[in-house]
Ligand binder design. Structure first.
Ligand SMILES: Cc1cc2nc3c(=O)[nH]c(=O)nc-3n(C[C@H](O)[C@H](O)[C@H](O)COP(=O)(O)OP(=O)(O)OC[C@H]3O[C@@H](n4cnc5c(N)ncnc54)[C@H](O)[C@@H]3O)c2cc1C
Length: 142
C-alpha cells in the first residue's frame, strides 16, 4: 500500500499495451459522478482471439489485483457453451456467478471511503454489469 517495487537505480522507460482484440468495460463507484477517488472499481477485458478474460479490481485490497479464478471460470464457461462462436446471449446466471467470484477475489477493509461490506457488494454488481455490457459489445461487433 502506497509503495512500489521500483529500485533506486531503475526507471520506467515505457509501458507497452497490446491493442485490444475484444471489448473492455470499466466501472467505478465514487461519491459523485465526476472527478472523485474510487470507493471501488472494476475493469474487464474480453480476449476472443485467445478465448481469455482479463480482470482488474481497484480499491478493494491493499494493491490492485486480478480476479484470476473468476476470469478462468468465465472463459471456461464461454468456451464450454460455444458462446465465443455463437455470440448467443449471456446467461443471466453466468453473469451473476462471475460477479460473486470477482467479489470473492477482493480483500477490502473499512476506511473513510467505504466499508468492506459495501465494497464487496458493489464489486459483485459491477462485475455482473461489466460482463453483461462487454458481452453485448462483443455480440454487436459480429
Ligand atoms: C482526488 C482523486 C480523484 C480521482 N478521480 C478519479 C476519477 O474521476 N476517475 C478515475 O477513474 N480515477 C480517479 N482517481 C484515481 C482512482 O481513484 C485510483 O486510480 C484508484 O483508486 C486506484 O486504485 P488502487 O486499488 O490502486 O488504490 P486505492 O484506491 O488507494 O486502494 C487501496 C485500498 O487499500 C485498502 N487497504 C489499505 N490497507 C489495507 C489492508 N491492510 N488490507 C486490505 N486493504 C487495505 C484501502 O482501504 C484502499 O481501499 C482519483 C484519485 C484521486 C486521489
Amino acid at each position: 500500500m502506497k509503495r512500489n517495487a521500483l529500485a533506486p537505480d531503475e526507471l520506467v522507460a515505457a509501458v507497452l499495451v497490446v491493442p485490444p482484440a475484444g471489448p473492455q468495460q470499466f466501472c467505478k463507484i465514487g461519491t459523485r459522478n465526476a472527478m472523485v477517488i474510487a470507493v471501488a472499481a472494476f475493469g474487464l477485458a474480453l480476449h476472443p482471439d485467445r478465448r481469455a478474460v482479463g480482470t482488474g479490481i481497484g480499491s478493494a485490497a491493499p494493491t490492485p489485483r486480478r480476479a484470476g479464478a473468476a476470469a478462468d471460470f468465465l472463459a471456461g464457461e464461454l468456451d464450454a457453451g460455444g458462446l465465443w462462436e455463437s455470440r448467443a446471449a449471456l446467461p443471466e446466471g453466468l453473469a451473476r456467478e462471475f460477479g460473486h467470484r470477482v467479489r470473492d477475489a477482493a480483500a477490502p477493509i473499512d476506511d473513510v471511503r467505504g466499508s468492506a461490506a459495501y465494497r464487496l457488494h458493489s464489486l459483485s454488481v459491477m462485475a455482473r454489469r461489466a460482463v453483461t455490457w462487454a458481452w453485448d459489445d462483443y455480440r454487436r461487433a459480429a
